[in-house]
Ligand binder design. Structure first.
Ligand code: AHG
Ligand code: MN
Ligand code: MN
Length: 323
């Protein structure tokens, strides 16, 4: 069934990329396959429930947040091409001890934590940057997303898939029962038009006026100014919502809102915004903060910086910008 399919290992080996980057991607793919086993084991793998700890984002960590963070951190720091790692779950970036380290990996080890205990999709998101030296500073991690050399996510759903870009389009690989990744989705492209949107409507009363106007018009459907009916989906795991958009189009929003006016949004630039924006742009979609400003051009000021997110089908993001 998969004999004639391209293996991820062979795809990585054939990339027009430095050997160090290939090594980093191989380590991430192998670790995501291991995480998939732990996720699938659920209660049997001791993977459900809270850890009892609070992370730097002031969020209660689940056991799986901690387990996956440890797995990725250890595997990446053991890779000779890695100079340092930064995780959503840790206060500061960790600098490695590899004399030939040339890459930085930044990750959300477990995206969609609230889904773990209900057996709904979760994921892992990874961004890879060049390191200016083998002994990077904390500031060396603060590079705009445009400088990423690779971005990928793994989604642990009915199938485990790994979706990767190295700046040459987007490809999706599916994990087989014996732990091998095979190319199943080549040249992934996002349709420019869509009838599907994703936003957490429970925050509606907190949104700014343009977001209110835009969503109101979608909800009015054929009777409203858009003269078209829209459908809505919200998985509560950005990985799964972005995966749906890569597969069949759509738009996803996590806008700024008034709940905590000093926080620019919920999602994190370095672990969620930038890697997803790289994948979305490479698939022909738009990834912005407000419909116009590209996420990839936002200059980072802090490792755990948050940003508003509006991404997906290009024409629909333009419609949002015009609302
Ligand atoms: P994480 O589990 O890494 O903290 O990320 C969860 C994020 C994102 O994946 C998702 O789209 C969003 O939070 C869901 O937020 P709500 O709970 O407000 O719906
Ligand atoms: Mn997340
Ligand atoms: Mn997370």
């Amino acid at each position: 069934m998969s004999a004639d399919r391209l293996r991820l290992d062979d795809h990585i080996a054939a990339l027009d990329a430095p050997e160090g980057l290939k090594a980093v991607l191989s380590v991430v793919a192998a670790t995501c396959a291991q995480i998939s086993d732990v996720v699938a084991g659920g209660a049997l793998a001791g993977a459900l429930g809270a850890s009892g700890q609070i992370n730097v984002q002031d969020e209660e960590q689940k056991k799986l947040d901690v387990m996956t963070d440890d797995m990725l951190t250890q595997a990446l720091l053991a890779c000779p091409a890695i100079a340092g790692v930064a995780s959503e779950e840790k206060d500061e970036a960790e600098i490695g001890t590899n004399a030939a380290g040339e890459y930085l990996a930044l990750f959300d080890p477990l995206d969609g934590s609230s889904n773990i205990d209900i057996n709904a999709p979760v994921g892992t998101i990874v961004s890879v940057l060049k390191s200016p030296s083998a002994t990077p500073t904390q500031g060396d991690f603060l590079q705009p997303g445009r400088q990423q050399v690779a971005a990928l996510y793994a989604v642990y759903g009915p199938q485990t898939m790994l979706v990767l870009t190295t700046g040459d389009g987007v490809r999706g690989f599916t994990l087989s029962n014996d732990g091998q990744w095979f190319l199943t989705h080549d040249a992934i492209a996002i349709s420019p038009d869509t009838k599907e949107f994703a936003i957490n409507v429970s925050n509606q009363r907190h949104w700014a006026e343009p977001v209110q106007r835009y969503v109101q018009a979608l909800l009015q459907g054929e009777e409203g100014p858009r003269a078209k009916n829209f459908n809505m989906r919200w998985v509560a795991a950005m990985v799964a919502d972005v995966h749906r958009i890569l597969m069949r189009g759509g738009v996803f929003f996590y806008p700024w809102d008034r709940r905590e006016p000093n926080k620019p949004g919920k999602l994190r630039l370095m672990y969620e915004g930038n890697p997803m924006a790289f994948l979305i742009e490479q698939a022909g979609g738009k990834a912005t903060t407000d419909g116009v400003q590209a996420i990839l051009d936002v200059p980072p000021t802090q490792l755990h910086q948050r940003i508003p997110v509006a991404l997906g089908s290009a024409n629909e993001i333009d419609a949002f910008a015009g609302a």
